[in-house]
Ligand binder design. Structure first.
Ligand SMILES: *Cc1c(COP(=O)(O)O)cnc(C)c1O
Length: 226
């Protein structure tokens, strides 16, 4: 398995290349190292390589890593979150990428001491296996969040299917961009919605070319096991 620093070098130069196509500044891109597949040791190596944003998709995996590393990293919860589990993570995670229903918003709002940064997860591709709101329901959902003053909508998140069809990937990412623009342009106090969490190992370069601000990379950065 390649070391994380070497993988990061490759990813960083790919990011630069994708940014240069659209005159974007690579500093606009936050790399979230997804450590769900790997051990504490490998996660330590990831932090040593300079990755300070880490992502976990399951409660147990997150708590294991958090209990060890604590605030040495900024923690992104990127997986499906059951409402009854919110109280176990709400004072530990920094950002939730999977807000997709009001019952979850209500629970986060109730449990958190300070406003929680959230991405609304949108199922753009329409795959039944993917979580997230239908694109047509996002506007209404944002409006319905108004009473929950501890929810701050920082952006939109999507997962594209694992495919090589670049044109289809671009269409999916563009739809999220359009939706983000329409929410952002309303200048809603609790929903600045500046960010786009899209792009994983398979498609982060395309996602950046289309405007991603947060890419979530597991296998190509830390590896997929061990
Ligand atoms: C696992 C996971 C990733 C990272 O996947 P890779 O393809 O290994 O980069 C990104 N986002 C979410 C929501 C995930 O569950």
């Amino acid at each position: 398995m390649m070391d994380v620093a070497a993988n990061l070098d490759t990813i960083s130069s790919n990011i630069k290349q994708s940014c240069s196509k659209n005159n974007r500044n690579p500093e606009e891109i936050t790399i979230i190292g997804v450590t769900k597949y790997v051990t504490i040791e490998r996660t330590e190596e990831t932090i040593q390589a300079g990755i300070s944003n880490l992502g976990e998709n399951r409660l147990e995996g997150f708590l294991e890593k958090y209990n060890y590393f604590g605030k040495r990293a900024k923690w992104h919860f990127i997986g499906t979150l059951q409402s009854r589990k919110v109280k176990e993570i709400v004072d530990k995670v920094d950002v939730i990428h999977s807000l997709d229903r009001l019952s979850l918003a209500k629970e986060i709002d109730k449990r958190t001491e300070q406003p929680m940064e959230c991405f609304i997860q949108v199922n753009v591709s329409g795959e039944a296996s993917k979580h997230g709101l239908h694109p047509d329901d996002v506007q209404r959902f944002v409006e319905d969040l108004a009473p929950y003053s501890n929810i701050r909508v920082v952006g939109l998140m999507t997962m594209a299917p694992h495919i090589d069809d670049e044109q289809r990937l671009r269409r999916i990412f563009r739809e999220l961009v359009t939706l983000r623009d329409s929410i952002r342009d309303q200048k809603i106090t609790y929903a600045p919605c500046n960010y786009l969490s899209m792009g994983m190992s398979n498609d982060y370069q395309v996602a950046i070319e289309e405007g991603a601000t947060h890419i979530r990379i597991g296998s190509k950065l830390v590896g997929s096991k061990g």
